[in-house]
Write a protein of this length. Sequence first.
Length: 218
Amino acid sequence: MATPQNRINTRVGAPRSSAYAEGSLPANNTSKKNYTAIRYGNDHGSISFGHIHKDASVTSDVLLQASDGRHGLTMDKDGQRKGWTTITSPGNMSIKAGMDNVEAQDTIFINAENGNIDIVAANGKIRLQGTDIELIAVGEGGSKGNVRIKANENIELDADNKVLINAKTMYKLASAGRAEIVASSCMAIYSSIVRGVTDSVANKDSKVGGRNFQIINQ
């Protein structure tokens, strides 16, 4: 069922206190007003220029609205959403491009010059599919340039051919419970020094040491 549209193009919000007489709002009131707003449309949809949103705190330069009030596009100019472009859809949203491009071209480009890009599926999955998928972090200084993957349950890596991990300084695999390394055919371990330490060094250090390693990883 379609929801009512907000078709009041210009408005002045109510005073924050009854002490202010009608039409004499305090200077710090956030309510917006203008006298040049215009709207074209019918029962199927409309386009408005200078539309003021229902809470009277934001002016839209351009508002494109369908018969369902939840379906539209707004380009806001002031208030808490200054410079925002917002698209809302009660159903699906599809973007299709690149029919005339070749594989090597960058067809859809999303660039946030400052700030984060958030992709959230509050009640669903996020899927990435392509001939290749690349995750590249270019920050520097230790606190940046990182790729972090965190799961409340499991992280699974499954490749038909190889899984390769290469770290120039260090890599570490740790588990608070069990750990297994299995090779059905052959396993090769190479290092300039190979050491194995059990938890018994907590009571008595071995002849070649190991307690420090046990303390670090306890």
